[in-house]
Design a protein around this ligand. Sequence first.
Ligand SMILES: C[S@@+](CC[C@H](N)C(=O)[O-])C[C@H]1O[C@@H](n2cnc3c(N)ncnc32)[C@H](O)[C@@H]1O
Length: 258
Amino acid sequence: MSRTSMLKNRASLTHKLSYAVRNPARITPYVKRTARDTWLRLKHPNHVDYYRAVMASDTNRNPEAAVGSQTHERWLALGEMQFNYLAEHGLKPSHRMLDIGCGNLRAGWRFIAHLDAGNYYGIDISPDILISAKQTLTTYELQEKLPHLTITQNLKLDFLPEAHFDVVHAHSVFSHSPITVIDECFANVGRILAPGGFFDFTFDRTEGAEHQVLREDFYYRTETLVKLARKHGLEARFMEDWETRKHGQSKIRVNNPS
Ligand SMILES: C[S@@+](CC[C@H](N)C(=O)[O-])C[C@H]1O[C@@H](n2cnc3c(N)ncnc32)[C@H](O)[C@@H]1O
């Protein structure tokens, strides 16, 4: 991503006005989204409840767009990019994987196909997207792999066994999360990581002021997330090799502290 785009503050009025001038066709959809989100925020003051309602509304329209892909080709490509990255980083069929915010298995179906039966665990806050995930499983005929797909309200991860997962993964989840959600995840992820295991997550990176848009998209500085991980005894590092992929977000890896 360019340095200019990394410094943008998408919440500022100046940015919004200049974007509107350059993209007049996007004004009406933006106004509609703002109205919907304002209503949903009033109804659901808790962030997870709010975002679940956003997902319900988006999934109802188009599940692939709800996880961020406007076309089926992009949905396939984004899943492939996530899978290839972890395959290059040594993901083996015998590994046990937790996919936080698994969505409708855009990447999940590839992980499930690759891993031994029962080794994929997907969690999500949205029942609507998990119903779509089951459809993806059926489409790719992965029933024999018996993945776990579970709804969650928080990231305490307390229902999962200690030192169990070789890979924990959260793609495009912290880009939709306030810092309290990320903090809760960091407080608990170390407990469930197996020896030698790691936790990879993507985030919307800014090198300017941290900001959020409609409480749907959150922009963080790398050092904020690295420092937060350290507060929980976790070593985190920026993954330079992810930056070469055609993806708007950056990636951080947290290694098992033990
Ligand atoms: C942009 S989608 C990405 C889905 C999937 N990781 C992928 O790359 O296809 C974000 C997903 O994270 C889920 N999500 C958002 N906040 C979450 C949280 N705090 N815990 C678990 N899932 C969450 C949403 O419901 C949604 O399915």
